[in-house]
Ligand binder design. Structure first.
Ligand code: PFF
Length: 440
């Protein structure tokens, strides 16, 4: 059977950007930047995205297109031996990420409801914090929403690559950008917002620490959907005529722009309303309602915001489920429907303890972390960087002739290709390895 292909080059870029742009940029980036002291983190994050991120995304896409196969198949086809481990690891990590990602996706659905019933229409920091924490710690409610989010993801994935993903990405992202811009204008005109703006964009490099570097590296890979074979799988659907360099550059720029806008939207509001910048994972959910309470038709804007956040989360979660599903189809010969349903059920089950670990099971700690944090830590800070380290070695040492041929098809000059090879051979593994070791 012929592999499906993207309907257009734009469709491919939007889908890859759709995978990248999601809860990572809008939920995770603002609170991780805030807990790491703002400005310096922003610059380090941007630096990592534009160097490591760009080269490795390009590498992933080229591997996928060269092999014309998904995550595991690509490494097997191009190299064999132990290399497919990168693909297996990626599939496993997609599974793990989706289990807690879906829990947070469920929160966005719940907040659409809370926008309509008006319960979050206040600027009172204490009240908003209380609403958020009592919601996420409830034993049933967030689990049900997690189930709804997983079911929505499943619905799109069963629909197939082109119709499902492409259609959704085409109109959702421009809408999200426009709404964020409008909200930023409102936020920046609030009294006290400037302090937050300065906190976000003024680098104080004395705050740089090993832990911050690890956070920035993990967030860069998480927000760009790197290290799991997602871009390998997406690259395998791209036509040979598409220019991968410009495609990956577009995806990165769109993603970091979204992170930047999310920071501009959330952090000045945190300061304007006197919230705690170190509030952690609740930051976006606690802060944005306060902004909406200061807008005419605030309930409507609030619902629209959480709807768009939900869609952004869905375009990311379907990419995660797509990887595990196409793995099950390729490896076990299952039908698309059976593979997707089986995987989504497993992901739902694993997400249940992740959700409960924020409430009734919060005392059950492993390595000093609850299960939700442990999943996040394991995936973003250990396995994704490790996956990219191995991918860099794979591209630089093992599959270079094939990757170079893929890239030379549409573009770069000889010296650019050589620079990329050396980067993958030496610099990228050294940098990632160093940051990982600092962490451990
Ligand atoms: N990049 C997505 C986000 O930032 O929301 C999350 C994600 C998707 C991470 C796919 C990893 C991945 F492979």
């Amino acid at each position: 059977m012929a592999r499906s292909q993207w309907g257009s080059r734009l469709g491919f870029i939007l889908a890859a950007a759709g995978s990248a742009i999601g809860l990572g940029a809008i939920w995770k980036f603002p609170y991780v930047a805030a807990t790491n002291g703002g400005g310096a983190f922003l610059f380090i994050y941007l630096g990592i995205c534009l160097t490591l991120g760009l080269v490795l995304m390009l590498g992933e896409m080229a591997v996928g297109r060269a092999a014309h196969a998904g995550a595991v198949g690509a490494f097997r086809k191009l190299a064999g031996g132990g290399w497919p481990v990168i693909g297996y690891m990626g599939v496993l990590v997609c599974f793990l990420i989706l289990s807690f990602y879906s829990v947070v996706g469920g929160w966005t659905i719940a907040y659409i409801g809370k926008s309509f019933d008006g319960s979050i229409m206040t600027a009172d920091a204490k009240a908003l914090g209380g609403i958020f924490s009592s919601f996420i710690s409830h034993p049933l409610e967030p689990v049900v929403y997690h189930g709804v989010f997983a079911a929505l993801t499943l619905g799109v994935v069963i629909g197939g690559v082109q119709q499902g993903i492409e259609k959704l990405s085409k109109w959702m992202m421009p809408a999200l950008f426009l709404l964020m811009l409008a909200l930023i204008v409102r936020v920046l005109t609030l009294p006290g917002a400037m302090e937050g703006l300065l906190y976000f964009v003024t680098p104080d490099f004395s705050k740089v620490s090993g832990a911050m570097l690890v956070d920035a590296l993990g967030l860069a890979f998480f927000s760009l959907s790197l290290g799991l074979g997602i871009m390998v799988t997406y690259g395998s659907y791209v036509g040979k005529e598409s220019n991968l360099v410009s495609a990956s550059l577009w995806v990165i720029l769109l993603t970091v722009a979204t992170c930047f806008l999310a920071g501009l939207m959330v952090l000045p509001a945190v300061f304007a309303f006197g919230f705690d910048p170190a509030a952690g994972p609740g930051l976006t959910f606690i802060t944005m309602p306060a902004v909406f309470s200061h807008l005419p038709m605030g309930q409507l804007f609030s619902a629209l915001f959480f709807c768009l956040l939900l869609l952004a989360a869905l375009t990311s979660s379907i990419s995660l489920l797509e990887v595990v599903t196409s793995f099950a189809i390729d490896e076990f010969g299952l039908s698309r429907r059976a593979a997707a349903i089986g995987m989504a059920a497993g992901i739902f089950l694993l997400g249940v303890p992740a959700s409960l670990s924020l409430g009734i099971w919060s005392d059950a700690l492993l390595f000093g972390m609850n299960f939700f944090d442990l999943l996040d830590y394991l995936t973003s800070k250990l396995l994704m960087p490790l996956g990219e380290l191995l991918l860099a070695l794979f591209v630089g040492w093992k599959a270079w002739p094939l990757v170079a041929a893929e890239l030379a098809r549409n573009e770069p000059t000889h010296s650019l290709l050589l620079a990329m090879r050396r980067f993958c051979q030496f610099l990228a593994p050294a940098l990632i390895g160093w940051i990982l070791v600092v962490n451990i």
